[in-house]
Design a protein around this ligand. Structure first.
Ligand code: GDP
Length: 435
């Protein structure tokens, strides 16, 4: 438990119906009592008058006292609900400070929740991600992570790894003839099972990190196939979040769209041609190639009425056959193909559905994760693969136990890293004040 008592507005700055001021720490209750009267009963909203030190009535509002450890931070917490005026909120915070609280740093309430074991680090990160989410999909995925689903997957894997390692380490202490071969074989199977689980979790964390960061879809194809028309059609259909229209007509144009609740940045590129006409076109092509490198998915747009050569692209691709309104009969499409009319808005729903499937955003509820988690899971996977291969080759149980320990430590860094000051500083400084 920390000694200091902290105070900050918990609601967004500005005017509104209600603002909330939060106080946390050992003196939260006595400080709040001098501000707004007795707080006998915890977890009960109570009407109150908020008074200055000089006895002036500042506002009437509501107050609730959360008794430690059943509070957000795990400490005594008081939340004061006053009218939503920023000057009034400043006054109440100043009154709290004059009674011995200090203004909280960004993320300090959540940091205390973490330090007091109310949540783990992945959940603390999910709090920041939920607040920052730009789409409903990202918000729901962050909520899923905050509720502890991601953490409990990680923790159950840590538990299994510990069990396997303990078994392997115990076997080290026995003379060779006394080793329980069958038990050891079971432990080997367990390690293999965990390897599969970590692989699946890594794939889901990679998807979760992309939901947080946004997906990149690049539109390529011959000139006049209808790439810009398609981008406009998608932007009209869905909510465009931002757009950056770049300088020259040969440059790439990017639009961020909310597609099925997830941020997807579509980039319309300069057409790819064998021999660019001039320097500007050459530069445009360079940028197209750079966008292709980074893309999560490529839409190759062709004019269905033309026999255009389909260039092989070394990426996950959807072939979009455009201008189907010009044909009397729409042909059957292959698995990764869609026939559309960007101009008439035909087939766009099918295209969006296929994009979401290709990005791995089907029906299942997603979790939100960060690159940091992906890196830790990859480290864990490497150590576990090593453990399995050492085990299978019979290359010494000490080495297997060592690899299992590394795998376990890599996972531990996701939820509760051992030495973590720099990391905590980095994570909590991203938060807003009052959270
Ligand atoms: P880009 O060079 O690939 O970006 O192609 P544009 O989007 O500029 O389109 C080239 C031409 O095709 C324009 O005259 C569009 O109006 C036309 N076009 C685009 N999509 C369609 C479509 O679905 N049907 C028809 N009939 N014309 C289209």
């Amino acid at each position: 438990m920390t000694e200091s008592t902290i105070i900050a507005p918990a609601s967004a700055p500005g005017r509104g119906g209600v603002s909330v001021v939060r106080i946390s720490g050992p003196k939260a209750r006595p400080i709040a009592q001098t501000l707004c009267g007795d707080l006998e009963e915890p977890w009960k909203l109570k009407k109150c008058t908020i008074r200055s030190k000089g006895g002036v009535d500042l506002d009437t509002g509501l107050v609730v006292f959360f008794k430690s450890p059943n509070s957000y931070t795990g400490e005594d917490v008081v939340e004061l609900h006053c009218h939503g005026n920023p000057r009034l909120v400043d006054l109440i915070v100043a009154e709290g400070v004059s009674r011995g609280a200090r203004v909280a740093e960004p993320g300090e309430f959540t940091k205390r929740a973490y330090l007091n074991n109310k949540i783990d680090l992945a959940q603390a990160e999910a709090v920041a991600d939920l607040i920052a989410a730009q789409t409903e999909g990202a918000a729901m995925a962050a909520h899923n992570s905050l509720s502890g689903r991601f953490s409990s997957d990680i923790n159950s894997c840590i538990d299994s790894l510990v069990a396997s390692r303990v078994y392997v380490e115990a076997s080290l202490d026995f003379p060779e003839e006394e080793i329980d071969e069958e038990g050891l074989a079971q432990a080997g199977l367990g390690i293999k099972e965990q390897l599969g689980f970590v692989k699946d979790t890594l794939a889901s964390a990679e998807r979760g990190a992309l939901i947080r960061e946004g997906f990149g879809v690049v539109i390529v194809g011959p000139p006049n196939a209808g790439k810009s028309t398609l981008l406009n059609a998608l932007a009209n259909k869905d909510l465009a979040i931002t757009s950056n229209i770049a300088g020259t007509t040969r440059d790439s144009i990017g639009v961020e769209l909310n597609l099925g609740g997830v941020v997807v940045e579509f980039t319309d590129t300069a057409g790819l041609r064998e021999n660019p006409d001039n320097e500007i076109e050459e530069e445009g092509m360079k940028r197209t190639h750079a966008s292709l490198e980074e893309a999560n998915l490529v839409l190759c747009v062709y004019d269905i009425t033309k026999q255009e050569e389909i260039e092989p692209i070394n990426k996950d691709t959807i072939t979009v056959l455009n201008k189907c309104d010009l044909l009397s009969e729409v042909p059957r499409c292959g698995e990764a193909e869609v026939c559309i009319s960007a101009e008439k808005g035909l087939g766009l729903d099918n295209l969006v559905e296929l994009i979401l499937i290709k990005l791995g955003l089907g029906e299942e509820t997603s979790l939100l994760s960060r690159r940091r988690h992906v890196v830790c899971l990859q480290e864990c996977l490497d150590s576990l693969s090593e453990a399995v291969s050492l085990f299978e080759q019979g290359l010494g149980l000490e080495l297997v136990a060592e690899s299992l320990l590394s795998a376990q430590e890599s996972l531990g860094k996701i939820t509760r890293p051992v030495s973590s000051d720099d990391l905590l500083g980095e994570i909590f400084s991203e938060f807003c004040i009052g959270k």
